[in-house]
Structure formats: structure tokens, C-alpha cells
Design a protein around this ligand. Structure first.
Ligand SMILES: [Ca+2]
Ligand SMILES: [Ca+2]
Length: 177
């Protein structure tokens, strides 16, 4: 009887251990991923925020835009680049298909991106950031969990460590938040 008890205890411990592993920091629940033309976007809803990781095929700037129409138009664009040890990420808006402007330069707009970090590897840049699902800013588009949205990915030529160089790649896809 005692032996069976020990075995069940051991099995139970294993179950708890494997569940703990699945919930560990390297494979947390709730992350979704999409890959499209060299870009990889990972995201998850945490409370009233969206946490995101964007990897793009450039050592210049990379960007993702949420819930716009064609190309950059009307997109809430998060753009970033890594220059040496400095990570620069900005909250923009797509004022037409090809043009993005900092929210801070648009009337009533403000920066709503937080928890910014990133790194550059050979040929790619990765940025991490958090945005509110609904910032209330006219230049960020409110997102709802379970809804599908148009997404734009864009990047500059390698080495264009700024927010102003033209894009060399731009492409649309869609995701479900
Ligand atoms: Ca904003
Ligand atoms: Ca914005």
C-alpha cells in the first residue's frame, strides 16, 4: 500500500513539474506567432496591454503597423532600430500608404509604447515593446482580443539606423489578437 502511495506521489510530482515547465518563462502561455516575408511577430495580451516582439530582415529600422488599411495607411506603427547599445523605438502613425509620422508630431498624439528593448544580429533586428490595447490616442488603433486586424511590416536597407530612411520592403498580412 505504501509503495503504491509513493508511486502515485512520484507521478503527481512529475505532472506538476511538467506543468511548471510549460508555464516557464521560455515557453509562456498565450503567445501567438506569425511569419511573413522575413518578418516574425510574436504577441500576447496581458491585461489591458499587448506585449510584442518583432524580428525583421534588416540592420536598419524595422516596423509593424496595426489595424490600418493598405500598406501603412491609418496604421498604428511601431518602428525601431538598434544602433550600438542604443535601442530606439517610436510610436508612429501611417498618414498615407508610404508615410509614417511620430504621434508626437500629430495634433493631440502622444507616445504610448513602453517596455522597449531590442538587439541586432547579423542581418536582423529584434525589438520588444508593449502598447495599450486602447490608448485613447487617435493615432493608435484600439484592438480587441479575438479580433482580426490588418498588419503592415516594413524595413529599411541595412545600416539605416534612423526613423527617416525610405523602406526597402513593405508588406501586408493579418493576425488575430
Ligand atoms: Ca500614440
Ligand atoms: Ca501610434
Amino acid at each position: 500500500m505504501k509503495k503504491y502511495y509513493m508511486i502515485s506521489l512520484a507521478l503527481f510530482s512529475l505532472m506538476v513539474l511538467s506543468m511548471a515547465c510549460e508555464d516557464g518563462p521560455f515557453n509562456p502561455n498565450g503567445w501567438s506567432t506569425t511569419s511573413h516575408e522575413g518578418f516574425v511577430l510574436k504577441w500576447r495580451v496581458q491585461g489591458s496591454n499587448l506585449e510584442a516582439e518583432l524580428k525583421g530582415p534588416s540592420t536598419g529600422w524595422i516596423a509593424v503597423g496595426f489595424a490600418g488599411s493598405y500598406m501603412m495607411h491609418n496604421s498604428n506603427i511601431i518602428i525601431g532600430y538598434v544602433s550600438g547599445f542604443s535601442v530606439n523605438i517610436r510610436d508612429d502613425f501611417g498618414v498615407d500608404t508610404n508615410t509614417h509620422v511620430s504621434d508626437s508630431d500629430l495634433q493631440g498624439g502622444e507616445q504610448n509604447v513602453s517596455h522597449k528593448s531590442g538587439h541586432e544580429d547579423s542581418g536582423t533586428t529584434t525589438i520588444y515593446f508593449t502598447i495599450p490595447l486602447d490608448s485613447g490616442d487617435l493615432y493608435d488603433n484600439a484592438l480587441s482580443e479575438g479580433q482580426s486586424y490588418n498588419i503592415v511590416f516594413a524595413c529599411s536597407a541595412d545600416g539605416a539606423d534612423n526613423f527617416t530612411s525610405n523602406y526597402t520592403t513593405i508588406t501586408n498580412t493579418s493576425i488575430t489578437i
